[in-house]
Design a protein around this ligand. Structure first.
Ligand SMILES: NC(=O)c1ccc[n+]([C@@H]2O[C@H](COP(=O)([O-])OP(=O)(O)OC[C@H]3O[C@@H](n4cnc5c(N)ncnc54)[C@H](OP(=O)(O)O)[C@@H]3O)[C@@H](O)[C@H]2O)c1
Length: 313
């Protein structure tokens, strides 16, 4: 039985990186949320799903591409539906949103969780997300879009000693983009769920976009801080704005990475000032009592060997 004061939250993507953070963030508030996970049939037997069950998370098995009436039934009783689906599957949320409207879901949080970017050709990833947002708005479905800047876990440079390679997704990672001076919003992956738990309980955030972040630093500042804390000198590799723009036109996965670089370091969109201009609410102003981890503290953990590499599985 759900307590009348608790929200029943259904999370798609609970076995993923962003979804895992959201799950942890919600489970930190057992008095506020009953958390369930939406899992596709092909993943039902995965060890990661069994691990969710082991943590007391109830599982609803369903196919987002299946018949709409099945999906509507699957969403029965859900107050808040959160999607943390991977970039390649974003459009699976279209049918999910249609079903959520029909099922009377009170708030849909579609998969945003990215940098602050305008729609319309700056980032292909953002434009795929926009298709989902437009669909939600056409449905008149209550929603909240949550962006978080770029993960700390993807924002640190590697060191000549190899000391932080254990946590790095890209090795070596010593590129400075454009002049390296544009500050950009960044967040510890582990804090995403903590922001989500605050935002979805808050009536002020209904039908709004919200940005949450832990720090606001340029690449030059990040490199200098890493050098100061590690005592190592990093050999920088400079990538010009023109090279970034050209890389966006080369078909393949690299173009998506170049879109992010264009967004963060050439255009400099990923700031709270620009988010404010785009109409976002600022989670740091809404919840001044919540102190997300500062990048400097993350670096200390990283140098102590205590940070998990994303996508390790
Ligand atoms: N801000 C940043 O720095 C940053 C970095 C990376 C990603 N992101 C954003 O975060 C979002 C999530 O990415 P991620 O890397 O965290 O994802 P991920 O780790 O790849 O996890 C994706 C999750 O979605 C589930 N899933 C995929 N397709 C599904 C479907 N059709 N039906 C049900 N479940 C499905 C997967 O479950 P299975 O177990 O079934 O595969 C998995 O749990 C992305 O859209 C991306 O834009 C942001």
């Amino acid at each position: 039985m759900t307590s009348p004061t608790k929200q029943r939250v259904l999370l798609l993507g609970a076995t993923g990186e962003t979804g895992g953070s959201i799950l942890n963030g919600l489970l930190e508030h057992p008095g506020s949320f009953n958390v369930e996970a939406l899992v596709r049939p092909s993943s039902a037997e995965k060890p990661a799903v069994k691990a969710l069950v082991g943590r007391g998370v109830q599982i609803r098995i369903g196919d987002t591409t299946g018949p709409i009436e099945d999906l509507v039934g699957l969403l029965a009783g859900v107050d808040v539906l959160i999607s943390a689906i991977d970039p390649g599957s974003l459009l699976a949320q279209i049918q999910l949103a249609t079903a959520a409207k029909e099922a009377g879901v009170k708030r849909f949080v579609p998969c945003a969780f990215t940098t602050v970017t305008p729609p319309g050709g700056v980032m292909r990833l953002r434009d795929s997300k926009e298709q989902v947002y437009q669909h939600i708005r056409k449905l008149y479905l209550p929603y909240t879009i949550i962006d978080v800047g770029y993960w700390y876990q993807l924002s640190f440079p590697t060191l000549p000693s190899g000391r932080v390679d254990y946590a790095a997704l890209i090795k070596p990672n010593v590129e400075i983009h454009a002049d390296g001076n544009k500050p950009t919003l960044i967040t510890d992956l582990r804090d995403i769920g903590r922001f989500v738990a605050l935002i979805i309980r808050d009536p002020r955030t209904l039908n709004h976009s919200v940005v949450g972040y832990g720090d606001f630093l340029s690449e030059n500042e990040i490199f200098e801080l890493t050098e100061a804390l590690s005592g190592e000198k990093i050999e920088r590799k400079y990538v010009s704005a023109n090279e970034i723009v050209a890389a966006r036109d080369v078909p393949g996965r690299g173009a998506y990475a170049a879109d992010y670089e264009y967004n963060k370091y050439v255009r400099g969109d990923n700031t709270s000032a620009y988010a404010n201009y785009l109409g976002y609410l600022n989670a740091r102003e809404l919840y001044p009592e919540f102190q997300p981890k500062a990048f400097k503290d993350f670096l200390h953990e990283l140098l102590d060997g205590k940070v998990a590499r994303p996508y390790a599985g």
